[in-house]
Design a protein around this ligand. Structure first.
Ligand SMILES: C[S@@+](CC[C@H](N)C(=O)[O-])C[C@H]1O[C@@H](n2cnc3c(N)ncnc32)[C@H](O)[C@@H]1O
Length: 266
């Protein structure tokens, strides 16, 4: 798990009563998080993000009307953004299926409902895609980093309707621990670990990659009915997790599936 030593929270320069309230609420909520040690509310005044980082380099969450943004540095904020999820949902409208959806369709075709556990929520785009595309899915979105968990879950909630809000559960944990304690909930476990070699370092994924705990060794895992793995084509994870890799000539991103025969399949 990532531990945060110091966190600062503030509003956008143009602020209002609702943003002040969100800062207050976040202060009380995050204060209870055992993975965050110190939190302070800072007055934004007219300071730019660069100025905020001049004398102090601890992370900052900025509350804006569009949702919270997390800055580890003054350069690239991390926040919930529809980007690739929107592209994939548009594919679905045009009768094309993203690979993850195709795999879920295949596994769950006879089911009235199922649980999808996203063990590596990150920016939350895959959780969002599954929640929107599969009205019969309950989604458990697990993220180990307390600040990423907070900004992505709060940002995503702003984009969801009441029914979707009831079907998604945001969890700040290491998925290895959570799935062991909640085995009966895990129909599909989906893992999309940070690529061992991040493709572009200067984008939001690069920023995320620079600030999360890097795992040197993956723990063996068996608490699922189906495991779907997304990883770079040359990732050792396919072998380590014993997953059948589906080869794609046109992309460096590959998917794999493993059925846990010792558990009753869906
Ligand atoms: C590549 S990102 C996932 C991107 C995501 N699929 C999306 O659609 O935006 C990987 C995320 O998994 C998180 N992570 C890695 N290991 C984890 C673990 N053991 N438990 C929970 N989260 C983990 C990292 O902190 C990171 O935010």
């Amino acid at each position: 798990m990532n531990i945060v030593t110091n966190l600062r929270i503030t509003t956008s320069v143009k602020t209002n009563a609702s943003l002040y309230k969100q800062v207050e609420d976040a202060f009380h909520l995050l204060n209870k998080n055992k993975y965050i040690q110190n939190i302070s509310i800072i007055k934004r005044k007219k300071l730019t993000i660069k100025q905020i980082f001049k004398s102090n380099d601890s992370p900052v969450i900025v509350f804006e009307n569009t949702g919270p943004k997390l800055y580890f540095t003054s350069e690239i904020p991390i926040y919930f953004h529809l980007d690739t999820a929107k592209v994939k949902l548009n594919m679905v409208k045009n009768q094309q299926q993203p690979i993850l959806s195709e795999m879920i369709n295949h596994i769950t075709s006879k089911e009235t409902s199922f649980n999808f556990v996203d063990g590596t929520m990150g920016f939350g785009r895959d959780s969002y895609l599954v929640l929107k595309q599969f009205p019969n899915a309950n989604v458990f979105s697990i993220e180990q980093h307390p600040l990423i968990h907070f900004v992505i879950s709060e940002g995503m909630k702003l984009q969801l309707n009441n029914n979707e809000l009831k079907r998604i559960h945001f969890i700040n944990e290491d998925y290895n621990n959570w799935v062991k304690l909640n085995e009966e909930k895990v129909d599909i476990l989906y893992l999309d670990h940070m690529f061992e070699k991040t493709l572009i370092e200067s984008d939001r994924m690069g920023e995320l990659s620079n600030n999360i705990l890097k795992i040197q060794e993956y723990k063996p895992i068996k608490h699922y009915k189906y495991l779907i793995l997304k990883a770079r084509f040359d990732s050792l994870l396919f072998k380590e997790l014993n997953v059948i890799q589906c080869l794609r000539k046109s992309s460096k991103t590959h998917y794999g599936l493993r059925v846990n025969n010792s558990k009753q399949a869906l």
